[in-house]
Design a protein around this ligand. Structure first.
Ligand code: SAM
Length: 290
């Protein structure tokens, strides 16, 4: 049996064999620590009946560990140069399929629907840093039939996604992600377990996709417009941001009455509002806005 792909010696051997050079623009930092990989696999909760879609397999370090646990792995890699390498490194795992495709262009719905017929589904990836948010929000906003998303991303972004009201990291990204999923930060991962070593530390996030949102909103588009608008200038009050960035200074009096009716103090800052308070405010403001 050959050594795991993720060991530093085997990774170096593979890279040398194929004369592979890293492309920084594609966020290519490969994992060289099997303990971290196993943590990701465990967090995915996938077993023999289940299927995983992997984003960016690289030379197959995480793919291999996923293949040892799950019944099927479908991996999407944008870099054509990695295809012959993956065909070689993943030869022992016939239940892995590699797709040469940009994950942002892929229509994952039909694939996930098919995979879900036999078991649970997860989307997993050690994500390229340059597109973390578009990838994650794309997956969530499409409301795909997926049970769990487990991603390794830049630590600061993970903190923003998992943040609670009242904390510095809490913002529109926290609310957007938590509207679609229950978010848990699993583990902080030092930069030393990657080749080449990036300039930032990472963290593993687990997102259990909700079957229903945690709050009832009358209009999702307006809810998110309000949330984004409320955080436009973090140092300003909720009142200022809502007036200037959401309502274009209209309905001033009505808005004042509304704030007092629902008992939300307009001099608060957006970062103190819970998702429930944003839902309440957006549901009451919606008739003024539409
Ligand atoms: N999974 C491997 C590991 O953990 O060692 C590689 C992770 S590396 C951080 C990110 C991978 O995503 C690279 O292989 C890169 O080529 C690939 N990638 C970058 N942008 C992508 C995209 N838009 N769609 C699919 N794969 C992408």
């Amino acid at each position: 049996m050959s050594k795991d792909i993720a060991t530093p010696t085997r990774t170096k051997e593979i890279l040398e064999k194929y004369g592979f050079s890293f492309k920084k623009s594609l966020g290519q930092n490969f994992l060289i620590d099997t303990n971290i990989l196993q943590h990701i696999v465990k967090a995915s909760g996938m077993g023999e009946e289940d299927a995983v879609i992997e984003i960016g397999p690289g030379i197959g370090a995480l793919t291999e560990q996923l293949a040892k646990a799950a019944g099927r792995v479908e991996a999407f890699e944008i870099d054509r140069r990695l295809l012959p390498i993956l065909a070689d490194t993943l030869k022992p795992y016939p239940h892995v399929t590699v797709h040469h495709q940009d994950i942002l262009q892929a229509d994952l719905r039909p694939l996930l629907e098919e995979l879900r017929m036999s078991g649970k589904t997860a989307v997993v990836g050690n994500l390229p840093y340059y597109v973390t948010t578009p990838i994650l929000m794309g997956l969530l906003e499409q409301k795909l039939p997926v049970d769990r998303i487990v991603i390794m991303i830049q630590k600061e972004v993970a903190e923003r996604i998992a943040a609670s009201p009242g904390s510095k990291a809490y913002g529109s990204l926290s609310i957007a992600a938590q509207y679609y999923a229950e978010v848990t930060q699993e583990l902080v991962v030092p930069r030393t377990v990657f080749m080449p070593k990036p300039n930032v530390d990472s963290a593993i996030l687990r997102l259990d996709v909700r079957s229903e949102p945690p709050v009832e909103v009358r209009d999702e588009a307006f809810f998110f417009t309000l949330v984004r608008g409320a955080f436009t200038q973090r140092r300003k009050t909720l009142w200022n941001n809502v007036q200037n960035s959401v309502m274009n200074k209209t309905y001033k009096e009505e808005l004042q009455n509304l704030f007092s009716e629902i008992d939300i103090d307009p001099i608060r800052r957006a970062e103190t509002l819970s998702i429930e308070e944003f839902a309440l405010l957006s549901n009451r403001m919606y008739p003024m806005w539409k």
